[in-house]
Design a protein around this ligand. Structure first.
Ligand code: IVH
Length: 707
């Protein structure tokens, strides 16, 4: 097609033809993105299409069409839902893939609870529905609020839409607790999905890619009358705030939900152990295609609620539940090309460009090839026929090449020795164990535009700064317009707006709106950015994109340092090898050498220190973490556990201490406040005695922790 041609070589006829194609395609992609929540191409590809359209129009201004994408407003994104902060966060689940993982899960639970092997441990088993989770709040028996999960802490208020969903009662029978929050999954059945798509096709509207996207698109309608025409259903399986608990087991709660009028899953079972869970998994997996709705695995939960309470959570998932996934679905297609993407840490990732194929109900045209070794190991060549698989939300992968189908002209891929974005040399680092790292990296650092741009996207991402209306698309636009290069630039956008003409913003606004509407929407965006100057400190640290610093470690660092100034001073001291700094950090439970090394490397670079300074200058003042429970005598104390505890496991004792706001350390020092010494405690107890610290035996600790 002519699109590969440089614009300077296009004839008028070719240009006219391509402008027509682009107008149609961009319109379809706008609708797919904004109205169906189902983008079919990457943001980068979409933006490239729009740029090509603009460039052709610039060369042939008289060919500009009446329906030119340059003048079109992208279908309005669903804005306007109020935010809802979940009283209890909506969590995710850890994943298991095989019987060993399930046995490990059960063993972990038993160990944490110090349960003997013979003690009964009933577990529930139910399908994991591939839909969207929702939280329904009832006060005095009346549905007063329905919300999406959002990022787990804050969701969107979609009460009116949820009231149209089958299986959600608007009132509860008398006798229900004053406050009830039922959680579950909104989904669309396979039949309803097929029916909706055929109505869409008849009406000349684009079809949905899969039932999940159809359910998401339907729930996010600003007009509840539209949602009401979409056949959505609900399964209740969990809860949030309750003024009291009407049952003492998971199964009892689900029965209660059914009695109140919610639909619950008919495949719900209580199982005695791993064998029964696995038999149930097999039975559902065999009937997966005829259940009538999409499921991507099973969810197992410890049945007894008192055990659930003791097990608690790690990071964002409960210790008492796990998702046992079904195997990935596969399809065969042709590998058209291999692109190289440069990530925020400089990692070069090869991405397979595929002839579009439907895998398990989802259209796939890109798949990751991970790294250079993976391409050699699988001997993947351009032109090959390949087997692609996708599992859940994971990026599709190439499983293998269909060797019999290899064409004579298939081309082996040569991995670039220069970064495609900045032309710096690429390298594979030497790991500590002496092997070469599998990842090829660009050595350009922040001078590489791709790395800098990806770091910005990470900085504004959902688990980090999370500004409504500021996503990857906007970062790309603002970057291309030269408005942002560093995180601090985001906070200077308002100033820059006043310095630039509206025309300029019209072309750089991610939402591509007309000038009138644009002013309101950018001002709204700037207000949202301003509010995030007080972002939670852990999100801020996570957003910096320091290698090995995930959400959990960011929280540990935030709790340790509390302010940007302390964090920066500590980091600089660490990079300069100031005595004790490394020890103090490695002493934080959950922080290891790899992380501390990464921090030292980060603070050894002057541009990173300048980045933090610039953020502070731009008025960013992150909110320090709130201590978990201010009224406990343990809050803020540093505790070391040593020896064997008899009535609770070490893990449970540690989790309890952390839930009360204590810091659990691995070694005894002058900074330790309390040492809990179980049976057989040795050198740590001795050191504590020498230092004159408070030493508690197991019973004294249990008394203190339950006060
Ligand atoms: S329980 C604290 N049960 O899976 C645990 N989740 O990967 C709460 N999901 O966000 C979740 N079916 O949207 C649970 N039967 C089921 C589920 C289920 C689907 C979803 C849910 C959750 C996600 C976690």
């Amino acid at each position: 097609m002519s699109r590969a041609k440089p614009i300077g070589n296009l004839s008028r006829a070719e240009a006219a033809e391509e402008l027509e194609q682009l107008a149609q395609e961009i319109k379809a992609h706008d609708a797919a993105y904004h109205q169906q929540d189902a983008p079919r191409i990457s943001d980068a590809d979409y933006d490239a299409m729009r740029r090509r359209n603009d460039d052709i129009e610039a060369r042939f201004p008289d060919l500009k069409r009446a329906d030119s994408p340059a003048d079109m407003v992208g279908a309005a994104p669903a804005q306007g839902f109020a935010k809802v902060t979940h009283v209890m966060p909506m969590l995710s689940l850890g994943n298991a893939f095989n019987a060993d993982d399930i046995n490990d899960f059960i063993q972990r639970v038993r160990k944490f609870l110090s349960l003997a092997d013979v003690a009964p441990l009933p577990l529930t088993s139910e399908p994991k529905i591939d839909g969207l989770s929702a939280a329904l709040r009832y006060e005095q028996g009346v549905l007063v609020q329905g919300a999406t999960r959002g990022d787990g802490r804050v969701g969107e208020n979609i009460t009116a839409n949820l009231k149209t969903v089958v299986g959600i009662p608007h009132t509860l029978p008398s006798g229900a607790p004053d406050i009830v929050e039922v959680r579950g999954e909104v989904y669309m059945s396979a039949d309803d999905f097929a029916g909706l798509n055929s109505r869409q096709a008849e009406a000349g509207r684009p079809e949905f890619a899969n039932p999940r996207n159809a359910a998401a698109g339907s729930l996010r309608q600003l007009d509840p009358a539209v949602t009401a025409t979409r056949p959505l259903q609900f399964f209740a399986y969990a809860w949030g705030e309750m003024s009291y608990m009407p049952a003492d087991s998971q199964a009892g709660m689900v029965r209660q939900f059914a009695d109140w009028g919610f639909t619950t899953n008919p495949e719900f079972r209580v199982c005695a152990g791993a064998n029964e869970l696995l038999a149930h998994w097999q039975s559902i997996e065999a009937r997966r295609a005829v259940l009538g709705y999409d499921v991507d695995g099973m969810v197992y939960k410890v049945d007894a609620l008192d055990y659930q309470a003791r097990l608690g959570f790690v990071s964002r998932a409960p210790r008492w539940a796990i998702a046992h996934k079904f195997p990935a679905e596969q399809a065969t297609t042709v590998l058209l090309d291999i692109d190289i993407q440069v990530g925020r840490t400089g990692a070069l990732t090869p991405v397979a460009k595929l002839q579009e194929v439907t895998v398990g109900g989802v259209r796939v045209s890109n798949a990751t090839l991970h790294n250079a070794d993976e391409i050699s190991r699988k001997d993947v060549r351009i032109g090959d026929t390949v087997v692609v698989q996708r599992a859940g939300d994971v990026i599709p992968q190439i499983v293998r090449v269909v060797e019999d189908a290899r064409p004579a002209n298939a081309v082996p891929f040569v991995f670039p020795d220069k970064c495609p974005a900045c032309q710096s040399a690429t390298t594979r680092e030497l790991r500590e164990d002496g092997d070469t790292d599998v990842v090829t990296r660009c050595t350009g650092g922040l001078s590489c535009s791709a790395q800098a741009r990806e770091r910005l996207k990470h900085f504004v991402s959902r688990p980090a700064l999370d500004v409504e209306g500021l996503g990857n698309k906007q970062i790309d636009d603002y970057w291309d317009a030269g408005l942002v290069r560093t995180p601090a630039d985001i906070f200077l956008l308002r100033e820059r707006y006043t310095d630039n003409p509206p025309e300029f913003w019209r072309y750089t606004s991610g939402s591509r709106e007309k000038i009138g509407a644009l002013k309101d929407s950018v001002v709204k965006l700037f207000d949202a950015i301003d509010q995030r100057r007080a972002v939670d400190f852990d999100r801020f640290i996570f957003g910096l994109g320091i290698r090995h610093v995930g959400e959990t470690t960011a929280r540990l660092l935030a709790r340790h340092f509390k302010t940007v100034t302390a964090f920066q001073a500590g980091g600089i001291a660490l990079a300069a090898d100031v005595p004790d700094m490394r020890e103090a950090l490695e002493d934080i439970d959950g922080v290891g050498k790899t992380l501390v090394d990464a921090l030292a490397q980060f603070f050894a670079l002057p541009e990173n220190i300048e980045m933090l300074d610039a953020l502070v200058r731009a008025g960013v003042a992150p909110t320090p973490p709130v201590e978990v429970s201010g009224d406990s005598e343990i809050t803020g104390k540093t505790i070391v556990f040593t020896g064997t505890l008899e009535s609770v496991s070490r893990a449970e004792a540690k989790a309890r201490a952390e839930a009360l706001g204590a810091r659990v350390a691995g070694s005894v020092s002058a900074k330790t406040d309390i040492v809990v010494a179980g049976a057989g405690a040795g050198s740590k107890r001795k050191k504590a005695e020498e230092l004159g610290l408070i030493i508690l035996d197991e019973q004294a600790w249990l008394d203190l922790a339950s006060r």
